[in-house]
Design a protein. Sequence first.
Length: 128
Amino acid sequence: MTRVTRGYIARRRRTKMRLFASTFRGAHSRLTRTIAQQKIRALVSAHRDRGRQKRDFRRLWITRINAVIRENRVCYNYSKFINDLSKRQLLLNRKVLAQIAILNRNCLYMISNEIIKKEDWKECPENV
């Protein structure tokens, strides 16, 4: 039985796959079957890591806000700050607050001080 190479349609499909895998190393960018497996694997990883990226950035923003808030007042922390923001119905998300914390700390200090004044927040005892 003679071998059939399937013509230009299959070649177009393989070329498209090779363009996707052109940055892969070794056989992962040269062999058609391996490229197909690696393409599936890469797309699965990309899909999974889009969700993970959102989590990671949220954690980073929270860490930055908490660090700047704790610098200002020893007993005032992130959770109290966010709780007081929500009580005052200030619609600032964590991304914006983190940008303010990095670029203009005084502005974040002013926001937290205003919240503390309005809430009649009691100062934490020193021996905690």
